[in-house]
Design a protein around this ligand. Structure first.
Ligand SMILES: Nc1ncnc2c1ncn2[C@@H]1O[C@H](COP(=O)(O)OP(=O)(O)OP(=O)(O)O)[C@@H](O)[C@H]1O
Ligand SMILES: [Mg+2]
Length: 457
């Protein structure tokens, strides 16, 4: 079973998924970039605090000492959200000032040419630390300054950035989503309108869909439907014409049949009934012939995909059909000859219909040919497979050559009880096989020739 999928859902899915994906990536990237810049700014402040401490490191007589006025310590207190700790250590004298628990860089290979930043823990709290090495004037002692700060400001900043970044993005996704849903719904509206319009129609309403739809895609659909409606309309019209013609053709022999039955019933004895009974037999024969022709015509109507054409040996088929028709030709003392190679000649076709085609051509040749005339059936392989039937009868007048293929058309004054469907059947079957059909006069004196050229296999 074909899984039903909604075009609306499909379009929305294809648009929304990449949109959400790209916006998420953009949010994450911009979050980290902003965070990095904020971190750099806070690190600079921390460094400033460390530098202000270095101002208070002095040396007297080669010995380093620290003088920390209350103003210098103030900078470590003004911050409300974070705690700041410091430690000043001399290489020779050890601890000079500050809190001894302030962490120091762990790495022994630390490059002291500039300030060193690192993350650590102090009193169970995570801290950011900056460490510097200085060489005070008038002293050869090395002094290290370490300043640590808790991370509350940074964490608050992280949250602020996250909210400032995420909330607008979420609003953007929401608005874009609403816009997409409304847009897609509106965009598909013409399709729904078209479906409603077609659904409302009755099965007889084959009017073309008006070209009011402006969108190219919908236009392409309506054009295709209109094209189908047109073809359907002409197929139905031709079918109705055919049914009307068939009914009309059947009515004549039926009326004759009824008349003759009434005539026969009026007679008392069998010999008197005989002429009427013979007429009844004639009428029944005509009706039977007409019904057979109608059925063949109905069968040969090309319907897309209905026929599966298979390889058929044209030589064998033509030879066998000719043999079937020899007795009928002999009744009129005609000579029916067949000329074709002994080797098989395959064409793609429907065997039963091809036999009907040849039967109709032979029926015509026998019916409209002269007594003691000749009929020649030929099958040739080159340049393309060709079947031809030629007789030496009076032939079809030049002006009638096109008309004889019309259904129920008979040349006025034609002999026999034909119903005018034979050549129409031949044409339908030829069309079904995509074979080229040619009808011609053999010479100015008369004779007819029908050629059927098939596509080579
Ligand atoms: N070989 C022929 N020679 C002369 N006239 C022909 C020949 N074949 C067909 N015709 C003419 O063409 C007309 C149409 O032929 P077609 O076979 O379609 O109908 P039909 O023979 O009258 O009836 P049906 O074949 O249905 O019994 C015929 O009435 C006949 O006048
Ligand atoms: Mg005929």
């Amino acid at each position: 079973m074909i899984k039903k999928r909604s075009l609306k859902t499909e379009i929305l899915f294809r648009l929304a998924v990449p949109l959400i994906f790209f916006i998420s990536i953009e949010s994450v990237l911009s979050y980290f970039v902003t965070l990095h810049h904020a971190d750099v700014a806070y690190d600079r402040w921390l460094l400033d605090s460390a530098r202000s401490l270095t101002q208070e490191i002095k040396a007297r007589k080669g010995k380093v000492f620290v003088e920390l006025p209350p103003a210098a310590l103030e900078i470590f207190k003004w911050d409300e959200s974070d705690k700041t700790y410091f430690k000043i250590i001399s290489e020779e004298q050890g601890m000079l000032a500050g809190d001894k628990f302030v962490p120091e860089p762990f790495d022994l290979e630390t490059d002291w040419s500039g300030p060193v930043f690192f993350d650590d823990e102090m009193y169970g709290e995570p801290v950011r630390v900056v460490s510097m090495q200085i060489a005070p004037e008038h002293s050869s002692e090395k002094v290290f300054v370490h300043v640590a700060e808790t991370l509350n400001k940074r964490r608050n900043m992280m949250m602020d950035i996250l909210l400032a970044d995420l909330v607008p993005q979420m609003v953007l996704v929401l608005l874009a989503g609403i816009y997409l849903v409304v847009g897609v719904k509106r965009g598909l509206q013409p399709l729904h309108a078209l479906a409603d319009e077609i659904a409302k129609r009755s099965s007889r309403d084959l009017r073309l869909i008006p070209e009011q739809h402006v969108f190219l895609e919908v236009r392409a659909l309506t054009d295709t439907i209109n094209d189908l409606l047109e073809r359907l309309g002409s197929a139905i019209a031709s079918q109705q014409r055919f049914i009307a013609n068939a009914a009309h053709q059947l009515r004549t022999p039926l009326a004759g049949l009824k008349l003759q039955v009434e005539r026969a019933l009026r007679e008392q004895d069998l010999p008197a009934m005989k002429p009427a009974l013979m007429q009844i037999q004639g009428c029944a024969d005509r009706m039977s012939h007409l019904t057979t022709q109608l059925l063949i015509l109905a069968r040969s109507e090309p319907i897309d995909g209905e026929y599966e054409l298979r390889p058929v040996d044209l030589c064998k088929l033509a030879k066998e059909t000719c043999m079937d028709w020899v007795p009928k030709a002999l009744q009129r003392h005609m000579e029916l000859s067949f000329e074709g190679s002994k080797r098989a000649l395959y064409v793609r076709g429907d065997e039963i219909l091809l036999r009907e085609l040849l039967a109709n051509l032979l029926d015509n040749a026998i019916c409209y040919g002269h007594d003691q005339g000749n009929i020649m059936v030929k099958v040739e392989a080159y340049p393309s497979p060709r079947l031809s039937v030629e007789d030496d009868g009076s032939g079809i007048p030049e002006l009638e050559l096109d008309k004889v293929f019309e259904r129920f058309y008979r040349i006025p004054g034609s002999p026999g009880d034909g119903c005018g469907l034979g050549l129409a059947i031949v044409k339908e079957i030829a069309d079904l096989h995509k074979a080229q059909l040619e009808l011609s006069r053999v010479s100015a004196a008369g004779g007819s020739r029908v050629d059927l050229v098939f596509k080579a296999l």
